[in-house]
Design a protein around this ligand. Sequence first.
Ligand code: FDA
Ligand code: GRG
Length: 452
Amino acid sequence: MSEKYDVVVAGAGVAGAYAAFRLASAGLRVLVVDIKEFERIGDKPCGDAIGGHHLSFLGLRDLPRDIIEGYVKGMDIYSPSGRAKFRVLGEGVEVDRVGLARYLLKRAIDRGAEFRGRTAAVEPLISGGYVRGLRLYSGCRTYEVTSSVVVDATGNARAVVRRLPKDWPVSEEADPRDFNIAYREVRVLKDEVEEPHILRIHVSKTVAPGGYWWFFPYSERRNYVNVGLGIQGGRGYPHPRDLLYRYVLNQRVFDGSTLVEAGGAPVPTRGPLSSLVWNGIAVVGDAAYTVNPVHGGGKGSSMVSSLCVANAIVEALDRGDASAEGLWEANICYMNNYGTKQAVLDFFRRFLQELSDEDLEFGMSAGIVKEEDLNALSLKGELELSVAEKAIRLLSGLRRPSLLIKLRRVVEYMGRVREVYENYPRTPSQLVTWRLEVSELLRDFEERVLRH
Ligand code: FDA
Ligand code: GRG
C-alpha cells in the first residue's frame, strides 16, 4: 500500500523548502524529499544576493543573523572599459545559501512537514489525466507515495515535469540559449574590500559573452568575496571558469587570495513557464524558470512562485479540486507579482545579449540609459519610452542612430509584452491562444527588431 499525503514536494532547495513551509503552516499533510541529506540542503553554487523587497514580501525579514553573510546597500554596474559606472541603490543581503534553505526546511518540519533526505523523485504517477503521486528511490528501494498535488521544485533537473506528457504546459523545455552558465568562487582577499556593502557587476562581451562577471563582498565576513562569471548557453562560448581565470582572477585585487569554495551551474534566464500548474501538479523555482532574465537572480522570485503555488493549493484542496482550473490562481498570483516583469525583462535581455562592447560602452557613457532608469527597470521591469525618445532627439544626428532607434523599438515591444501578460488567461481553456500570442510577439520581435 502506498503512503498518502496532501502534497509531496520534490526538491528542498529554497523554492521547495519555502513551499513546504507554507503548505505545512496551512495544516496540510506534506512530504518533502531531496536527493541531498539535511545538512547539504541548499548547497548549490550561487552569488548569494537577495533583494530586501523579496524578504519583506515573503515574510522573511527576521532571518537569523548567523545566516546573513553581508548587508547590501546597492550595486555598481561597470561598462566594458570600466570607465562608465552606474550606481543602483537598493537594499538586500548576501545570504548563507545552505543556512537559508536549511532554515526554511527546519521551519517546514516544525510546522509538521515530513522530510526524507537521500530520496530521489524518479517519476510522476499519472492516471486519468492527473498526477496522483510520485515514484521515489531511496536506499536501493523504489516505492510509491500518493498525494492530491505534487510540487516539482527540483531546479534544473525538472525531475517530475520533464516526464509529463509534452502537451501539458508545465513540461515545456527551454532553449539552451535561454540559459546562462555561471561559475563562481568564494575567496578571502589579502586586503580589506572597499565599500563592502556595494555589489559590483561588470558587463563585457569579451570577458563574459551574453552575461557578466560579478564581485559581491560579504560585508559581515572580513575580506570574503563571491566572484563569478556567467555566459549565455548554447552559443559555443568558452567555459565561464576559464574566462574567470583568464580575465578576472589575474587582477591585482586577487593577489594572495585563498579559495574557499568553487562551483557552477546553469541558470534559466528566460520568461516564466506559461503555467505553473496542471492537473495534480505544480512547479516552482528554477524548474518553473522563475529567474530574473537580466541579472540571473532567482532565489527571491523562486520563493514568490512557491508562495503563489502554496496559497493556490491550500484553496484548491479546501474545495476538493486539484485540477488545472482549481489551481489556476497560482498563475494569476505569480504573473501579477513577478512573471509579467520577468517576461518584459526577457525581451530586454535578448536585446542586451546582441550588443557589442562598443554599443554597451556607448550606451552607458553617453547617458542614454541613466541610473534612475535602471532603478525602474530592475524594480518594475519598466523602461520609459521617453528615455529612448529623449536619447534619439539628443543624439541621433551625432552617433550611432541605429542603436538608438533599435532601443526605441525594444522599449515599444516591452510595452506590448507587458500588455499581453496583463491579459493572462483567467482559465486554462484560454491558454493555448494566449501562448500563441506570446510566441508570435517574440517571433515578430526577433525578426523586426533583433535581426534588423
Ligand atoms: P535548487 O536547484 O536550488 O534546488 C533544487 C533541489 O532539488 C536541490 O536540493 C536538489 O538536490 C533537489 N533535486 C534535484 N533532483 C531531484 C530529484 N530527482 N529528487 C529529489 N530531489 C531532487 N540567485 C539569486 O537570487 N542571487 C544570486 O546571487 C544568484 N547567483 C547565482 C550564481 C550561480 C553561479 C548560479 C548557478 C545561480 C545563481 N542564482 C542566484 C540562481 C539561484 O541559485 C537559483 O535561482 C535558486 O537557487 C533556485 O532555487 P530552487 O530551489 O528552484 O532550485
Ligand atoms: C542573462 C545577461 C544575463 C546575465 C546572467 C547567470 C548570471 C548572468 C549571473 C549569476 C547570477 C547572479 C550573480 C545573480 C545576482 C543577481 C542579483 C543582484 C540578485 C538579487 O536581486 P533581487 O533578489 O532580484 O533583488 P529581483 O530582480 O527579483 O528583484
